[in-house]
Design a protein around this ligand. Structure first.
Ligand code: NDP
Ligand code: 8X3
Length: 245
């Protein structure tokens, strides 16, 4: 069995790679940072692992990696993230466009490229990383949350089209996951601000998401988990904000 994972250079993607490797999967790990990929290959002792530097916003690079990967049983569309927490009226357009290109277009192009072989084989699992931000709005979540709402609905619509093909699709929607670079990237590498997001609370860990992936891929082939929403016990839902005069 072979799994292709995007964004395997840190956080959730890396943990999923380690977990699937332990399960005996052959891996195709990808990400933009070559030295991180090399480190992960070393950690996995190079056993049944190939790595490709891949920016998911590059369509040509996606087709090259898909051609090199061969038959893929599990696609984990994990690459993505948030840029900034500014209100819509103050956000940078370039941040919005990058999130759309990565979280939406990259995931969509890669899925389109791998679907035909899965349908031909009559098997395959696509696991997308959505977020609770795709379901619940919060101030500053604007385009990030919207990209994850796309991931959720795209996953469900894929499932609708793929009924009867044997191909399965799951959208995993986590809340706060610590020990990742998510907040570091969101806050433009301001380490103190990123760390403060997880102050005095216990966030989910990348391994929690990887354990969920392990569960999903080991289910009998007639079972499809459509969506999974999970949060730290310490996280809840915000109140509506009210602008008072
Ligand atoms: P990290 O920042 O630790 O990991 C993000 C990964 O995405 C990195 O491996 C990064 O690799 C990769 N990536 C980013 N942009 C690109 C790109 N253009 N092309 C290829 N790879 C890219 O954060 P997480 O592990 O937390 O995030 C993983 C996923 O989980 C994301 O989709 C995120 O939105 C989602 N998520 C995270 C939550 C959290 O609280 N941490 C909660 C809910 C969802 P590189 O820079 O090497 O390319
Ligand atoms: C990341 C989770 O709650 O920080 O997708 O938006 S949250």
């Amino acid at each position: 069995m072979k799994a292709l994972i995007t964004g395997a250079t840190s956080g959730i993607g890396e943990a999923i790679a380690v977990n699937l490797h332990e399960l005996g999967y052959e891996l195709v790990i990808t990400g933009r940072r070559e030295e991180r990929l090399a480190k992960l290959v070393d950690r996995l002792e190079g056993h049944r692992v190939s790595s490709h530097t891949l920016d998911v916003t590059d369509d040509v690079a996606i087709s090259e990696v898909v051609a090199a990967a061969g038959e893929v049983d599990v696609l984990v569309n994990n690459a993505g993230g948030a840029l900034g927490l500014a209100s819509a009226q103050e956000a940078q357009l370039s941040d919005w466009l990058t999130m759309i290109a990565t979280n939406i277009t990259g995931l969509t192009v890669l899925t389109h490229a791998l679907l035909p072989q899965m349908v031909r084989r009559g098997s395959g699992i696509i696991i997308n990383l959505g977020s609770v931000a795709g379901e619940f709005p919060y101030p500053g979540g604007n385009v990030y949350g919207a990209t994850k709402a796309y991931v959720r609905q795209f996953s469900l619509n894929l499932k609708a089209d793929l009924a009867g093909t044997g191909v399965r699709v799951t959208d995993i929607e986590p809340g706060m996951v610590g020990d990742t670079e998510f907040s570091l990237v969101r806050f433009n590498h301001d380490a103190d601000r990123a760390a403060s997001v997880y102050d005095n609370m216990t966030a989910l860990k990348p391994a929690d998401i990887a354990d969920l992936v392990r569960y999903i891929v080991t289910l009998p082939s007639h079972v499809n988990i459509n969506t999974v929403s999970l949060m730290p016990v310490d996280q809840g839902f915000g109140p509506f904000n009210v602008a008072r005069q």
